[in-house]
Design a protein around this ligand. Structure first.
Ligand SMILES: NC(=O)c1ccc[n+]([C@@H]2O[C@H](COP(=O)([O-])OP(=O)(O)OC[C@H]3O[C@@H](n4cnc5c(N)ncnc54)[C@H](OP(=O)(O)O)[C@@H]3O)[C@@H](O)[C@H]2O)c1
Length: 360
């Protein structure tokens, strides 16, 4: 297969760097253009990564900055040359995304980590193992907006692990109510402005603006059904409390669910273990061996031990037990990688799916 040519917008940020790391030697995709704000425009990528005042290299991903991109020119995102690209990955905040993404989508498919277009009726949110059949909605979006391309945002990184685990429970037992408390990694706030170490270390920050609303709305959309009229949200009540914890990467979530029918913890574990099998059959390069890994050890999952499972693409679940507050209740903990499955590599997996299914 001829590799698709990819532009990364917001390439200098935390999510942008994870795109570069995940696309290093990618078998289907090749990065040919990089873009960011005016601050970085015209610089070599390796120079744009340096802090303007201290000169410190602000590379976040692992391993080190790949050789092939260190000298690449960073373009101004608002003047990105689209002619020789096949698709764009956008990793900017929602303000610039609202302006920039339609400019690109007129010509090209745009896969975005930003929230700007997530709540529009003709915009699906795709999550492997959850709702890839919603992809068809991009055809309607193209028609309605008269675009050659489309905008396809990733869901919020906090709802990602939650929805990946709720989907098999919903399919097997039916979901009525969900209560979730998150302890989110600091990298989830990005660099601009990010969370100051002085506020985060030795602390729990009890509020993340807009996060709880995003989790509730996006969970219902992700678990909804695509009909001729569009996506019909799942009729599930979702209550989220989102906090920032002194962890670098990985969102840990304590989840309680009320199911429509009785389920033993071992039945839930069986449903979790079977998640993503249909997707796995497609042989996509970024699909992990297990979409959900179930731990029996009550001291797992932990962000430090489990965030990199499946190279950050596996959601780790443990402590599955009865929830006495609900009829047919269950509760569990999960850890999900916010900048890999929850952002860049998750978006790349969606792109691979779209290629395999002929959308790209
Ligand atoms: N971090 C996560 O875990 C995570 C997870 C899921 C989704 N997301 C989403 O991904 C997006 C990026 O987040 P991040 O954490 O990577 O943020 P970040 O580290 O702050 O990076 C922001 C990026 O956007 C660029 N940028 C800023 N203003 C711009 C403008 N006006 N025009 C063009 N580019 C501009 C920056 O370029 P300069 O370096 O030139 O300023 C930088 O490359 C956000 O929408 C965020 O919500 C993040």
């Amino acid at each position: 297969m001829k590799k698709k040519r990819v532009g990364i917008v917001g390439a200098t940020g935390i999510a942008g760097q994870q795109f570069i790391a995940a696309l290093d030697r990618h078998p289907w995709l090749r990065v040919t253009r990089l873009a960011a704000s005016e601050r970085s425009a015209g610089k070599a990528y390796g120079d744009a990564l340096r802090d303007d005042s201290s000169g410190q290299l602000r590379w976040w991903a692992s391993p080190d900055v790949p050789q092939w991109c260190a000298g690449m020119n960073v373009e101004n995102a608002s003047e990105l040359e689209l002619g020789d690209l096949d698709l764009v990955f956008s990793a900017v905040e929602s303000g610039p995304a609202r302006e920039l993404e339609p400019l690109y989508a007129r010509e090209l498919p745009v896969l975005s980590t930003a929230s700007a277009f997530r709540y529009e009726d003709d915009v699906p949110l795709l999550l492997p193992g959850v709702n890839m059949e919603h992809a068809k909605l991009v055809k309607k979006q193209q028609k309605l907006r008269g675009w050659k391309g489309f905008i396809l945002p990733q869901p919020n990184c906090t709802v990602t692990g939650l929805a990946v685990t709720l989907a098999p429970l919903h399919a097997r037992f039916g979901l009525k109510r969900v209560s979730m408390v998150s302890m989110q990694g600091i990298s989830g706030a990005g660099r601009s402005p990010g969370v100051a170490a002085l506020d985060a270390i030795d602390n729990i920050v009890p509020y993340i603006p807009s996060e709880e609303e995003k989790v509730a709305v996006e969970a219902r959309k992700l678990l909804g059904k695509l009909t001729a009229r569009g996506i019909e949200d799942a009729a599930i009540k979702v209550s989220a409390t989102c906090t920032r914890a002194p962890v670098l990467e990985g969102h840990t979530e304590a989840v309680s669910v009320e199911l429509a029918s009785k389920a033993e913890p071992r039945q839930a574990a069986t449903a979790f273990r079977a998640a993503g099998r249909k997707m796995s059959a497609l042989g996509l390069p970024s699909m992990p061996e297990q979409l959900i890994r179930v731990h029996d050890d009550p001291f797992r999952p932990q962000p430090r031990l489990d965030r990199d499972a499946g190279d950050g693409m596996t959601t780790s679940v443990g402590r599955i037990r009865k929830e006495p507050l609900f009829q047919h209740g269950l509760r569990y903990l999960l850890v999900s990688h916010n900048t890999k499955m929850g952002a860049a590599k998750g978006s790349i997996l969606v792109a691979e799916y779209l290629i395999a299914k002929g959308f790209l």
